[in-house]
Write a protein that binds this ligand. Structure first.
Ligand code: CTP
Length: 404
């Protein structure tokens, strides 16, 4: 393969140090990295270190006569297979969204005709600010790729979304864009369920659960990143629709089943939704009122359809691979094996949702994969995104898309 070249624009965020590791890893893969530092970035990482790791001159000034003589900034903007902005600060994103060009980094970003990927990193309140949301929506509409931010503790002492994704994740994102073979599931049709369901009691009340949809959404995204055509059927969640995925929004288990059946045929189905097992037998069209002296109403529940079992036992369009989750409290492996047999699915990802594990609604997950009669495979505790990537790796191997 011809030498691939990345233009890395390092923004002025504390996380800029992570770029050093990224440069090293890109170079290990034989990818040339040319770096541009903003003025603020130069305060956080030393241009000398960046140049030493990249093995190339570092660029930082728009009006540098020597730079212009060696390489015009337009050439700098165009001589790359990919432009990566990391960390992409709120300020850099705002400049990009508005086409400002008042320094070398922003000028290059306006002058480039190459694919651009941004990795935002900032304080969580800045990330949630309507101005940043607006800028980001505009960048996505302009065709800019966005990776992250991750959630967690910030250098500023606050917690939330705003961390630069780890160098390993940045590396993968870059490779996926540079190497065509890095999309091993291209054109594979996949279905993912995610989030809770809401079962109405009356027009204003419902039964639901604490599922955040994070795991299912991460799986949908990881499949799409690997090139699959993904339909995500999601119950009501605050987690945003993953980019590059067709998301169908539903409320009840019955709606979820209907949407899943409508998405068939698929090669792979992954049921990560926390579907309510029961629903109120009837939900009156009018709000149930408190009548003076009357006893509290009694809810009669009826069983909901089992989406996983329905897909796994579909008479005409059973997906080649059906994967379910088993949320259990205690005696994980035995219960998960029983569940696998009961539902008729191929794989079960079992997790312990006992109080205190923080799995439900949390950012991390500890999985026991039961892929057949053989021994179970215990995964370490991982971020839900990492669980999703591992699962996709396993799928790639199982479907023979790439030799193990
Ligand atoms: N599931 C489903 N439809 C349902 C219930 C569950 O598709 N009506 C799927 C979930 O998405 C998950 C798996 O079945 O992949 C296991 O769900 P879980 O709630 O752990 O098991 P249950 O079937 O509810 O069994 P139990 O409550 O007895 O543990």
């Amino acid at each position: 393969m011809a030498e691939r070249r990345v233009l890395l624009v390092i923004g002025g965020g504390i996380a800029a140090y992570k770029c050093l590791e990224l440069i090293r890893r890109l170079k290990e893969r034989g990818i040339a990295v040319r770096c541009v530092l903003t003025r603020a970035a130069k305060e956080l990482v030393s241009p000398l270190t960046v140049a030493a790791l990249a093995g190339e001159k570092v660029y930082d000034a728009l009006f540098s006569l020597t730079d212009e003589a060696e390489m015009g900034h337009i050439r700098l903007a165009r001589e790359a297979d990919l432009v990566l902005v990391a960390p992409a600060t709120a300020d850099l994103l705002a400049k990009m969204a508005n086409g400002l060009a008042d320094d070398l980094a922003s000028t290059l970003l306006l002058a480039t005709d190459r694919p651009v990927l941004v990795a935002p990193a900032m304080n969580p309140v800045m990330w949630a600010h309507p101005a940043t949301r607006r800028n980001l929506a505009r960048l996505v509409a302009d065709g800019i790729g966005v990776i992250g931010p991750a959630e967690g503790d910030m250098a500023c002492g606050e917690t939330g979304p705003g961390r630069l994704v780890e160098p390993s994740e940045l590396l993968e994102a870059v490779l996926a864009r540079l190497e065509p073979g890095a999309r091993p599931l291209s054109a594979l049709r996949a279905l993912v369920t995610s989030g809770p369901t809401r079962e109405p009691i009356d027009p204003v009340r419902f039964l639901a659960n604490r599922s955040s949809g994070r795991q299912g959404h991460a799986i949908a995204k990881a499949l799409a990143d690997a090139g699959a055509e993904v339909t995500l059927v999601s119950g009501p969640v605050a987690t945003p629709d993953p980019p590059g995925v067709r998301t169908v929004h539903v409320e009840t288990a019955r709606e979820m089943l209907e949407a899943c059946l409508a998405a068939l045929p698929v090669e792979v189905a992954i049921c990560a939704a926390a579907v309510a097992d029961w629903r109120p037998e009837s939900a009156p069209g009018e709000k149930i009122k408190k009548e003076p002296g009357a006893p509290p109403p009694v809810l009669r529940l009826v069983e909901n359809p089992d989406i996983l079992a329905t897909l796994a036992r579909h008479p005409t369009a059973r997906p080649r691979l059906v994967v379910g989750f088993a949320a259990e409290t205690g005696d994980l492996e035995a219960k998960a094996r029983t569940k696998r047999a009961k539902k008729g699915c191929d794989w079960i990802l079992a997790n312990d949702v006992s109080e205190g594990t923080g799995v439900f609604g949390g950012a991390r997950n500890r999985i026991l994969l039961i892929a057949g009669e053989g021994p179970a495979e215990a995964w370490p505790e991982l971020a839900k995104e990492e669980v999703a990537r591992r699962l996709v790796e396993r799928i790639v191997t199982a479907l023979g898309r790439r030799s193990p």
